[in-house]
Design a protein around this ligand. Structure first.
Ligand code: NAP
Length: 320
């Protein structure tokens, strides 16, 4: 499959569990499928340590390994991975036209396909501090499992109060000298038993507080904390070597704004068939508005997307 003029049956934007499952089902059904993946396959799954809740692995499975297996499983039936991001997508065109951010399609930076599966997933929500982006990788992290080892024996702050923040604090407490969990409320969203377990592991909670600034030289040296009190907010500096931000996720769907209906948070609107408002365009996985976002539900979306894309292709045969 090379050259500008080739039109794939299916382009999949995003190589996480939704994307590679769509590619697997499509390729196994005899369709040509190309998966666009910017870095490494697996999406959020690849950045997860051991996954215990994906069926079929009685002792759990490393996220990175499961990602590789999903990619290999789709490629076994002929699906291609193009290592590029989508810079633009014309989803109403016929065929649909995706502009790549590099010439990854056999020397071309254009990908044509009769159907498109949008499986871009979600990324970390940012605190929105001016220095945050520049410090990413230099003391600011959004993935404890990926970066925790760099903070062995050091002091870190975890920002957030949901299950991700609790998971990160628990993971980091095994590696770090000291872990502070900074949350803007006076209790975690997680069950009280979880809070007690974290305290027992040595995590120190800083309640009613926000990370209002990140102090740094070359790397992070501390955070400026704003703590709400009866007389208003007070500020203090908490020295630390790293800040792990775990305050939820946002869908990676900005590229499709104006072309497809989304909810107020940016999740794509599609029902269980994954069909969007545009014919031949499907939304699968965490980027879709849905009640439960898990690897297994993303994979299920991918299967549905491929099935209904196949139906669409049969109903709209290619012009000779
Ligand atoms: P989440 O449940 O939405 O929690 C986000 C947390 O960050 C909330 O405590 C929120 O505070 C806080 N927050 C949001 N914006 C903030 C800001 N600008 N500044 C400071 N704090 C902010 O997100 P999540 O923890 O990433 O989890 C996402 C979903 O995955 C949840 O359904 C979760 O249960 C699930 N999950 C499950 C597991 C598990 O079962 N082990 C692990 C990870 C994730 P408020 O409380 O004030 O809103």
């Amino acid at each position: 499959m090379q050259g500008k003029a080739l039109v794939y049956d299916m382009a999949v934007i995003g190589g996480g569990p939704a994307g590679y499952t769509a590619a697997l089902y499509a390729a196994r059904a005899g369709l040509t499928a190309a998966v666009l993946e910017r870095t490494a396959p697996g999406g959020q799954m690849a950045a997860t340590g051991v996954i215990d809740n994906y069926p079929g692995f009685d002792e759990g499975v490393e996220g990175f390994l499961l990602a590789q297996k999903m990619q290999a499983g789709a490629e076994r039936f002929g699906a291609k991975t193009l290592y590029a991001g989508a810079a633009a997508a014309e989803l109403s065109a016929s065929p649909k036209r995706i502009t790549l951010d590099s010439a990854a399609n056999g020397g071309s930076s254009e990908l044509l396909a009769r159907t498109v599966v949008l499986a871009t997933g979600a990324g970390p929500r940012r605190l929105g501090l001016p220095e945050e982006t520049a410090l990413a990788g230099r003391g600011v992290s959004y993935c404890a499992v990926c970066d925790g080892m760099f903070y062995r024996g050091k002091t870190v702050v975890v920002a957030g109060g949901g299950n991700s923040a609790a998971d990160d604090a628990e993971y980091l407490a095994r590696l770090c000298k000291k872990v502070f969990l900074v949350h803007r409320r006076d209790a975690l969203r997680a069950a009280p038993a979880r809070q007690r377990a974290l305290e027992a592991a040595g995590v120190e909670f800083v309640w009613n507080s926000r990370v209002a600034g990140i102090l740094h030289n070359e790397t992070v040296t501390g955070v400026r904390l704003a703590t709400d009190g009866p007389g208003g907010a007070t500020e203090r500096v908490l020295p630390c070597d790293g800040v792990f931000i775990a305050i939820g996720r946002v869908p990676d769907t900005a590229l499709f704004a104006g072309q497809l209906p989304m909810d107020e948070a940016g999740y794509l609107l599609a029902d269980e068939t994954t069909r969007t408002a545009l014919p031949g365009v499907f939304a699968a996985g965490d980027a879709r508005k849905k009640p439960l976002r898990q690897i297994v539900t993303a994979a299920a979306d991918g299967a549905a997307a491929a099935y209904f894309a196949g139906e669409y292709l049969r109903e709209h045969p290619a012009r000779p």
